[in-house]
Design a protein around this ligand. Sequence first.
Ligand code: BTN
Length: 225
Amino acid sequence: MKIELLDEVVSTNDCIKRYLGEGEDVIVCARRQTGGKGTKGRAFLSEEGGVYLSALTFYEGLPAAQAFTVMAHAAVAVCKTAERFGVRARIKWPNDVLADGKKLCGILIENVLAGDTVKASIVGIGINVCNNVSALGGIAVSLSSLAAGATVEAVRDALIGEYGTESDFSDYLRYLDCTGRTVRVMENGREYAAYARRVLPDGRLEIEADGAVRALSGAEISLKL
Ligand code: BTN
């Protein structure tokens, strides 16, 4: 697979879009981003010292209903990467990766749809490695603070290796650490406590709140009540 290593870009997710017309899978990594993008239109702080990687993958008729497998694979690849450095990372639904209870990595996925299939996906992964996360107010952690051998280059190469290795839904469930407990749900401007029962194979989180069982797709959860 083609791998492009760059110094500075606005966003690797945007920069990789120039390959959309080519039909060949590619990975783009940058040392820093000046306009890193997070989920829900948020910015993602991307100073030197982190790994900022986007992977463009083309699919032959992946049903849009199975798009969650792309997200699950990315989160599992990050957990396995952390494991290579002796760090136990866990997934908070749907795809935040935490270590030591703090955010180690964010994942932003942009799918290109054709009808009800995914034609291509851009998976953007940002891992805190040696960057200063103190500006994030104690909610984030860097891999190098937990593992002495974690350099940007070593983590980037490990991530590229793990991303290229297959994973399945059982791997996702193995690293998931937010079910079987009460969580705080943020949904459509509303916040409430709910019991997180399980993640369904289509990626929805099944919760129980006010005596009713429902499956969430667009919500966010917090493990802090
Ligand atoms: C989030 O936690 O909100 C998702 C953050 C995703 C950040 C990565 S860094 C590489 C890629 N390029 C971007 O602009 N964003 C993603």
